[in-house]
Design a protein around this ligand. Structure first.
Ligand code: AMO
Length: 430
């Protein structure tokens, strides 16, 4: 008999279900087994008299065991588990589990040691489904908008994201780096005339962080588009993309997300608020009494990110805020600057945390070379500069940190909980 998923069972039809045992309750006349598969849960009701042959295996089941059960679904309003129960005719143990080393009370570090067990919870499985919906909505929107998916190398010969730490690996008899971003290669695709490209893939950051929002390896959702006239075009496009993604996720999982995570998905309105960095710091001081030294005002501090979002909420009734007007000297050399040296780019913040950096890029060879040189970058970026020597359209793009987005979407307070397997300075296993 073929396996049927729990949610697809029809009343009174013979079927085979397979999944994990979540709980076993041995009572005077009955043994109840709660079975869980990826689609749902169901109570298997074993009558000690009628189903005597199944009782022995059933009472020995340890939660986490995997079983295969044949029988029929019966609608029984008195059953707490959704008014349904499965009346078995056979029960086979496919994998008998040892008692689980973790439970709902276990701290995050220990749960991560047994992540495959931790991922069995309803919460975590919903999270994985939402992540999958997120990446497919991302891809769907981009393909509909004529973007081409690319796959750039993760082993590279030079650092791609100055300022972010890089992992060095042995590469035959020389050394290589793990990519910090597909930045250079998504721009190379512009020089190749592909016009609009995207990629989602792993990126690596060798930073000694201890925050709730950093990982040493994370998934970057990158895109790059040609023939823009300003970074405003990039921001407008990102607004549409985010609205599309959130609408898709809300339609499919909105209710479940609200019930399980207590998170209400608000579909943002356009345009998202846009604020100058310098104006924000003035507001922080006057409105929230938050002061920082002048030299810190070249970027948003962690508290600044939080306050910017608070201000967006209070003043514009919006969860998102674009911050513009960063001084060019503190940002990567590949972004375009205006004549006053201001960056033609932005950060996008959501619920107190940066989720995106984006910009128009410098596509003019001489200008790009000059900025690279002024930052002391020579040999390492020579190959990249070549991309702009033989013709390249004006272009821009951005990258969203997938795990950060997911963490904020589900109101989860650390990236460790949302990453399939977290990687950090003290974590390289399992
Ligand atoms: P940036 O370095 O700002 O920009 O990264 C883009 C987005 O990636 C996420 N992010 C991280 N997520 C988890 N762990 C980390 N250590 C981490 N670092 C960054 C954030 C951030 O906004 N090449 C540019 C993008 C571009 O201009 O297209 C870049 O990588 O959400």
């Amino acid at each position: 008999m073929e396996r049927t998923k729990i949610n697809n069972l029809q009343e009174n039809q013979s079927a085979k279900i397979e999944g994990f045992v979540e709980r076993v309750r041995d009572t005077r006349y009955m043994v109840f087994v709660i079975l869980k598969d990826i689609s749902g849960k169901l109570q298997i009701s074993i009558d000690k008299e009628k189903d005597a042959a199944l009782v022995d295996s059933a009472v020995k089941l340890v939660p986490g065991s995997v079983i295969s059960v044949c029988g029929k679904l019966s609608l029984t309003p008195a059953v707490k588990q959704g008014g349904k129960e499965f009346l078995p005719t056979s029960l086979d143990v496919l994998s008998l589990a040892e008692p689980s080393p973790i439970d709902g009370e276990t701290n995050i570090e220990n749960r991560m040691n047994f992540r495959w067990i931790d991922l069995r919870t309803d919460k975590n499985q919903l999270m994985c489904k939402v992540e999958s919906e997120f990446t497919s909505a991302f891809k769907d929107f981009l393909v509909k908008n004529d973007f081409i998916e690319i796959h750039t190398p993760k082993l590279i010969g030079a650092e791609s994201e100055s300022g972010a730490g890089v992992f060095e690996v042995k590469y035959y008899d020389t050394k290589a780096f793990l990519t910090q971003s597909p930045q250079f290669y998504k721009q190379m695709a512009m020089a190749a005339g592909l016009e609009r490209v995207f990629e989602f893939g792993p990126v690596f950051r060798a930073e000694k962080f201890s925050t709730n929002r950093h990982a040493s390896e994370y998934t970057s959702l990158d895109l790059e588009m040609s023939y823009i006239s300003s970074y405003e075009d990039v921001m407008n496009f990102e607004e549409d993309l985010i609205i599309y993604i959130l609408t898709q996720i809300k339609a499919k999982y909105g209710e479940e997300i609200k019930n399980v995570f207590g998170a209400d998905i608000v579909i943002p309105t356009k345009p998202f608020p846009r604020m100058e960095l310098a104006d924000l710091y003035k507001i922080f001081e006057s409105k929230y009494n938050y002061k920082v030294a002048e030299e810190e005002k070249t970027d948003l501090t962690t508290e600044g990110e939080r306050l910017a979002c608070r201000y967006a909420k209070e003043h514009f009734g919006h969860e998102f805020i674009f911050v513009v007007g960063f001084p060019g000297d503190k940002r990567p050399f590949y972004h375009m600057r205006d004549d006053a040296g201001r960056l033609m780019g932005y950060d996008l913040l959501w619920k107190g945390i940066e989720i995106t950096s984006g910009a128009q890029r410098e596509h003019r060879y001489e200008q790009l070379k000059a900025v690279a040189e002024s930052k002391g970058l020579k040999k390492d970026v020579e190959f990249y500069l070549e991309f702009f020597k033989y013709g390249c359209p004006p272009h821009g793009g951005f990258a969203i940190g997938m795990e950060r987005f997911l963490m904020l979407l589900l109101n989860i307070d650390t990236i460790k909980e949302v990453q399939f397997l977290f990687r950090g300075p003290n974590r390289l296993a399992p």
